[in-house]
Write a protein that binds this ligand. Sequence first.
Ligand code: SIN
Length: 405
Amino acid sequence: MRGRVPLAVAAAVALMLVFLPGADGAPAHPPQAVQTVPKSVVRAADEALPTVTVVATGGTMAGLSDTPTSFQRYRAGTLLMEDMLAEVPNLDEVANVNSLQFGNKGSGGYTIAELYDLSLAVDNALKTSDGVVVTTGTDTMEEIGYFLDLTVQSPKPVVITGAMRPWTVIGSDAQANLFNAIVTAASGKTAWFGTVLMLNDEIHAVRDVTKTSSYRMDTFQTPELGILGYVDDLKVRIMRMPARALRVFETRGSVVTTANALRNWRTPFDLTTIDKAELPRVEIFYNAQEAGGEAIDAWAAAGVEGIVTAGTGAGGISGAASQARNRAVQAGVMFASTTRTGSGSVYGGSGAVFPADSLNAQHARLLLMMALAFNDGVEEVRADFIEWASLQADITSALPSLRTS
Ligand code: SIN
């Protein structure tokens, strides 16, 4: 601690001023108003250490609890990152840590236009930092993280983290997650990985990870593929690379240069080339037994440009939904098919119906949004969508040939 009033004390005072729990005893973590002017704090640097900027957006990590044991009764997005960092010991052994208070509210309260600004803020921070940690609420962390994964142009480490318990309760995971995310970013070991998610000591590719439990601290899981690595004390152990990073080695006979690597690695979704107002609306239709198609008709009529279907099994949707999809396609809406099963791929599809491969519906929605924003016409949107939905690596050309002839 650096001689400040502990946040638990500040919390108690602030709670008396701002927090009256609901009379029904319901979990109280209402959304907060965004702080419109980002506040940046840059410290004097130790040149021997890497520089990490923490871009803070709020969530449970910045949550102020009712009491030290009210794990589920708290006000998310309340504490300021600068005050939180002052309570994390030993950071000066890990990195020069700067902070940018981008906002302070629950993850679900951010608009797509704000995520556009967040992505530009991350790329801007990476111009002067060796890595960035983004703190958000966990509810839509996989979406915020994948938005960054698709749009941040720098291959430097971006690590997204948060907490399942607010900062001010006993046994909170907030302090450890913040520390371990900074350790991960400072290690440089996830450079070229795209955005990774670090919670509960585990490192996941954000493209593949999903929140699986409303309250448990091991809520983030990567179905089928598993974690990339883990953090134990100051040891960051990377046990495998995501396809995004493996693509750097797809040089097709040429050597790995920074230029070659960037060409293979970068997405075409450079936000500096479009206005945030150009990001189209994309919605998700969740299929079920004898599901109706009215929602699809209504979205098409409302000007929604893309719809992701979370289908049963390998992506099937009901007869009524399928007929509504045909009508919407005639009206110019493009579709992506995913499965509601929680894992596995969807293949096939034709015309304006694209297979989302192993992306879940919430990830596919963001990719469809990007493909629509950066392209004109079904064929172009389809090509971009399928390339990034089916992201995989074939690095055989970078390895010694074992052919017998
Ligand atoms: C939120 O997503 O902002 C609230 C829940 C959380 O941070 O875990």
